[in-house]
Design a protein around this ligand. Structure first.
Ligand SMILES: Nc1ncnc2c1ncn2[C@@H]1O[C@H](COP(=O)(O)OP(=O)(O)OP(=O)(O)O)[C@@H](O)[C@H]1O
Ligand SMILES: [Mg+2]
Length: 310
C-alpha cells in the first residue's frame, strides 16, 4: 500500500520533501501525473486507471499540483480526483475544494457566506453592469482591481481608477474588487498556511508594487503567526480554509487603513518553499502528520464506546 502524490513534478523539491516526511511516518509514496490517469471502465474494475496503482487503490492522495490545460483537460484531471474520493480514497485537498478555490468568484461568494471578511466583490458578464459598478465605486471615493477569474501568481491584475473606455472583461467575464490602499509606506499582505484547524506558519510579503506576490518580486519576511497581534489573521485564515472545505490552504490576507483584516484569496494547492525559508516548523512533516492522523486514521472502537442495553 502507498500514498499517491499527485504531481507533474516527481523530482521537485516539494515532492521530495513530502516523500521523506511520509516515509518518516512509515508510509511509502509514489508520484502520479494526472495527465497519465484515465477513466477506463474496461481495464479497471474501479473505472479509473492510476499508473503505479494497478492492483490496489492508493491509501490516500496528496494533491500537490493539477496541471493547467484546456477546460476539458482540467475537468478530466479533476474527474480523476473526484473518482478517487467516490472510491473511498482520502484526497487531500478534495477536488471540490480545489475547484472552489481556483474560481475567484466562488471563493468570494463562499467567504462572504461564511461571514469571513473579504472586500466588496463583483463577477459579471454584462458591460453595462461593469460600467455601473465602476462608476458607483469611484463616486464613493474608492478604486477597483480587476483580476482574471482563474488567475494566479499576481498575473493579469489591473487597477481601475477611472471609468474605462472598454469594460475589463477577460474571457468574457469581469471579476472586480474594491482596492485596499496600503496601510503605510510600502505594500504588504500576509500568506498564512492553514493545516487542519491550525494556522501553522505565515510570512509577510512586502513590495514597492501593490501586487505583492513573490512571483512579482515581493520580499518574504518572517511573521510569527502565534504572536498576539496576529490572532485575527490566524483566526480568519482558518475560517476561510474551512469555508472552502480545505484540509490545508495558503490564505492571503490584507489589512485596510484602519487595520481591519480581509481575506483576499484561498489557494488549494499552495507551494511552501518560500514559507519554509522563513518559518521554524517543518511544513512537509506537519502536512504528512495531518494527512495520516486526521484523514487516514481508521476509527478504533474502544471498550468505553460500547454501550449495550441502555
Ligand atoms: N482588493 C485588493 N486590494 C489591494 N491589493 C490587492 C487586492 N487584491 C489583490 N491585491 C494584491 O494583489 C495580489 C494578488 O492578488 P490575488 O491573491 O487575489 O491573486 P493571485 O495571487 O494572482 O491569485 P492566487 O492567490 O490564486 O495565486 C495580492 O497578494 C495583493 O498584493
Ligand atoms: Mg494570491
Amino acid at each position: 500500500m502507498s500514498i499517491a502524490i499527485i504531481t507533474d513534478e516527481p523530482h521537485a523539491w516539494h515532492t521530495r520533501e513530502l516523500k521523506r516526511a511520509l516515509a518518516a511516518r512509515g508510509y511509502a509514496s509514489r508520484s502520479v501525473d494526472l495527465r497519465q490517469c484515465r477513466i477506463d471502465l474496461v481495464a479497471s474494475a474501479w473505472g479509473v486507471v492510476i499508473p503505479g496503482f494497478t492492483k490496489e487503490l492508493p491509501e490516500a492522495a496528496f494533491v500537490r499540483g493539477v496541471p493547467g490545460g484546456t477546460l476539458e483537460q482540467v475537468v478530466l484531471r479533476l474527474d480523476i480526483l473526484h473518482a478517487l474520493r467516490e472510491l473511498g480514497v482520502p484526497v487531500y485537498n478534495d477536488a471540490r475544494a480545489i475547484e472552489k478555490s481556483v474560481d475567484k468568484a466562488m471563493t468570494s461568494f463562499l467567504l462572504h457566506r461564511a461571514g469571513v471578511p473579504t472586500p466588496p466583490t463583483w463577477a459579471v458578464e454584462e458591460e453595462a453592469a461593469v460600467r455601473r459598478i465602476v462608476m458607483k465605486t469611484l463616486a464613493d471615493g474608492d478604486s477597483l482591481v480587476a483580476k482574471p477569474l482563474f488567475g494566479s501568481q499576481g498575473k493579469g491584475l489591473r487597477r481601475i481608477s477611472e471609468v474605462p473606455d472598454a469594460a475589463p472583461l477577460e474571457a468574457g467575464v469581469a471579476y472586480l474588487q474594491t482596492w485596499l490602499p496600503p496601510n503605510g509606506e510600502s505594500y504588504l499582505d500576509w500568506r498564512v498556511l492553514v493545516i487542519g484547524d491550525r494556522a501553522v506558519a505565515a510570512m509577510r510579503r512586502e513590495s514597492q508594487h501593490w501586487v505583492t506576490n513573490i512571483a512579482q518580486g515581493a520580499k518574504p519576511v518572517t511573521e510569527d503567526i502565534a504572536a498576539a497581534g496576529n490572532s485575527d489573521l490566524a483566526c480568519w485564515a482558518v475560517r476561510a480554509a474551512h469555508a472552502l472545505g480545505m484540509d490545508y490552504a495558503g490564505v492571503d490576507l490584507m489589512r485596510d487603513a484602519t487595520g481591519k483584516p480581509f481575506v483576499i484569496e484561498v489557494n488549494g494547492v499552495p507551494a511552501w518553499r518560500g514559507l519554509q525559508r522563513v518559518t521554524s516548523i517543518n511544513i512537509a512533516e506537519t502536512l504528512a502528520t495531518d494527512l495520516v492522523e486526521r484523514k487516514m486514521a481508521r476509527p478504533v472502537l474502544g471498550p468505553q464506546q460500547v454501550v449495550i442495553g441502555r
